[in-house]
Design a protein around this ligand. Structure first.
Ligand SMILES: Cc1ncc(COP(=O)(O)O)c(C=O)c1O
Length: 373
């Protein structure tokens, strides 16, 4: 079946007990045992599993084409679960261009727990080959990356990771399962901040991991989830399940809008560079076109005139909202260097745009007036 259909039907059918078409929210923390001690509905205690979380994990598994999924209270909790599934002394290869919070977790939390890491420019897969060591256990990818939209070749990097005895996890937050299917390209795990496009309305925090196989790696992740307890709450799961029903439609509009905005910005004299993998001028366009079916709604630009010019443009927007995060209906604009750590390397003249669901002409008109004559 197509993603449009799976997104609508992949979590649940009508409720067997009541006929309700929309799902209930199950707040119960505990579940009744039968007289013989068995659990007729398979649920024991809400930290282990809950009907709303099970429904969300089901639809995510289906959409990503995996074997199992685990839903967490945030994207960062999902990323932590992957790092926590490793052992002291293990080595991780990370991309240079990566969500700054992922780097922060590795440098400020997991380095103290004995993980070592190397950051490489994954736009060239051979840099991964050079960074792999005998103790490498994980290659973490993020493509397209936050905030530079760097594109990495998933199939090639998976091949290199597997050849060195490491697993490969891909942060698929920006592409969504509608735009990119890392598991089909050989990746072992897909990570999502469901706070973004999956929830889709800027009103819920969540994270998820989807595994290609229900193997030892996934069981370690499941243990971190259920024993550690950074689980997604029932209402949060319910909201993400609801968001996912319209995900394919939203991604199509986000993508069409982002392409229109990028094409406009690319020809604007006050814009030094536009980073969007859907543009044929993007250095990773050929790889993106091969491994993505939609280029997504995220665009970064570098404004001529440096930091001051970028901040001035950001101050002039009227329709865009000056706020962090992404993936909701409202278009957002953010000066990334201001929110990242000073050593993140993000250019000072870079503005990150989360292109929303407004009409593209209105978005372009706002950016045009904000850039000035
Ligand atoms: C690519 C990417 N991965 C992970 C995260 C972290 O997710 P969360 O904020 O849900 O913890 C973000 C948040 O912006 C992100 O953009």
């Amino acid at each position: 079946m197509h993603a449009d259909t799976l997104a609508v039907h992949g979590a649940h059918g009508p409720d067997a007990a009541t006929g309700a078409v929309a799902p209930a929210i199950h707040l119960s923390t505990t579940f009744e045992r039968a007289a013989d001690g068995t659990l007729p509905h398979g649920f024991l205690y809400a930290r282990d599993a809950n009907p709303n979380r099970a429904a969300l994990e089901r639809v995510l598994t289906t959409l990503e084409g995996g074997a199992a999924a685990a839903a967490f209270s945030s994207g960062q909790a999902a990323t932590m679960a992957v790092f926590q599934s490793l052992a002291p002394g293990d080595h991780v290869v990370l991309p240079e261009s990566v969500y700054y919070g992922t780097r922060k977790l590795m440098d400020q939390v997991f380095a103290r727990w004995g993980l070592t890491s190397s950051c490489v420019d994954m736009r060239d897969a051979e840099n991964v080959a050079r960074a792999l060591r005998v103790e490498s256990r994980l290659v973490w990818m993020e493509t397209p990356s936050n905030p530079l939209l760097a594109v990495a070749d998933i199939a090639r990097i998976v091949e290199l990771a597997h050849g060195a005895g490491a697993v490969c996890a891909v942060d698929n937050t920006w592409a969504t399962p509608v735009g990119q299917k890392p598991l089909a390209l050989g990746a072992d795990l897909v990570m999502h901040s469901s706070t973004k496009y999956l929830g889709g309305h800027g009103d819920v925090m969540g994270g998820a991991l989807v595994a290609r196989a229900d193997d030892d790696l996934f069981q370690r992740v499941r243990t971190v989830q259920t024993a550690g307890g950074a689980i997604a709450a029932p209402f949060d799961c319910w909201l993400v399940v609801r968001g996912i029903k319209t995900l394919p439609h939203r991604v199509r509009v986000h993508t069409a809008n982002a392409l229109a905005v990028s094409q406009f910005l690319e020809s604007h004299p006050r814009v030094e560079a536009v980073h969007y993998p859907g543009l044929s001028s993007h250095p990773g366009h050929a790889i993106a076109a091969r491994q993505m079916s939609a280029f997504g709604g995220m665009v970064s630009i570098q404004v001529r005139g440096g930091r001051d010019a970028a901040l001035a443009m950001k101050a002039r927007v009227r329709l865009f909202t000056r706020a962090t995060s992404l993936g909701g209906p409202e278009s957002l604009i953010e000066h990334r260097a201001s929110v990242e750590s000073p050593d993140s390397g993000t250019p000072e003249n870079l503005l990150r745009l989360s292109i929303g669901l407004e009409h593209p002409d209105d978005l372009i008109a706002d950016l045009d007036q904000a850039l000035g004559p």
